[in-house]
Design a protein around this ligand. Sequence first.
Ligand SMILES: Cc1cc2nc3c(=O)[nH]c(=O)nc-3n(C[C@H](O)[C@H](O)[C@H](O)COP(=O)(O)O)c2cc1C
Length: 377
Amino acid sequence: MTNAAADSRLFEPTRLGPLDLPNRLVMAPMTRNRATADGVPQAITATYYAQRATAGLIIAEASTPNAVGQTYPNITAIHNDAHVEGWRQVTGAVHAAGGRMFLQIQHGGRVGHPDTSGLMPVAPSPIPLPEPIHTPTGRQEAVVPREMTVDEIRSTVADFADAARRAVAAGFAGVEVHAANGYLLHQFLAKGTNHRTDGYGGSVAGRIRFTVEVVRAVAEAIGPERVGVRLAPGLTVNGIDEGDTAQLYPALVAALADIGPEYLHLVFADPEQQMFKDIRAAWPGTLIANPVLGWGGPLPADGGRQAAERLLAAGADLISLGRPFLANPDLVARLRTGAPLNALREEGLMYTQGENGYTDYPTLPATGTPAALRDAA
Ligand SMILES: Cc1cc2nc3c(=O)[nH]c(=O)nc-3n(C[C@H](O)[C@H](O)[C@H](O)COP(=O)(O)O)c2cc1C
């Protein structure tokens, strides 16, 4: 261990809304499909997150705010009392281990299937996902989603706000609105998926409206200091084609700044990109940056440490990492001390049931992870 490594700003305490964070490392939201078919998190999920409680902040996985918003089988949800009870076990275990948690709220829009949710997916326009989707019976062709009515848009805004209230009741310090990665809000933002001719489509002002209304409603429900928003400018996953990224995001970020949520969370942030620089300059609040770590390939040997330092130097306030936290419950201590990292085990274990590849990644004896948590793994 060198002093320079330990002295990085990454390991400095900071504040985020109602929280004191012991360091600037955030566990990025990761869907792990270990809930019941109805979206209730189980005891194993409490163990998984408690093992990772030394993260400055954990942003728990995408959770659906209503039944039709379900993306994949066995994802977590946050729209009824059983979900609140399930999540309360999780936040309780994380708090007992000294950690802090937000919950990500995600509506899948066209990324869904009737065999999964029992409902026909809804979207800004009846344009199907251009790729097969996971269902309880394996991968299937996507269906043509039903175009949302204005009444459905309004009730979905209310569902997000209600989900946020439930998340706080379940013990989360706040929520992250998921407007990235090709799910419902991103589908509204992008020209390729939003062909609407009413006030929720067409111009940039029309396409950002739904996201802005959701963030405003969520901020009014639980307080803006408990709200974050995840954005992925230019990302094309899930068949997204924004069309006018360079116009879209400045307008969206300005509208969000008027509402004043606590943070923006940029996916695949690149400090060299003009979009990153422009958003940093325009955003008055906390910026969480999620760096590019060789998506689809092996993780860098340094676990993202260099990418994190570059982003901090470029003005990011917090750094989120996904797969390094997945494979290393004690990631913060390992990065701080320069200790070797666990290898990420095969992709097939990311979205399956059970402990394998979930709660069985070892911690280092020297990292100070409570023995009870090590033994629970
Ligand atoms: C297993 C897995 C599940 C993911 N689930 C989500 C999710 O629920 N919500 C989300 O916004 N991003 C999700 N992501 C993306 C991560 O938050 C992150 O942006 C991505 O993994 C890149 O960061 P990394 O290189 O540090 O892993 C997921 C990624 C992985 C590997």
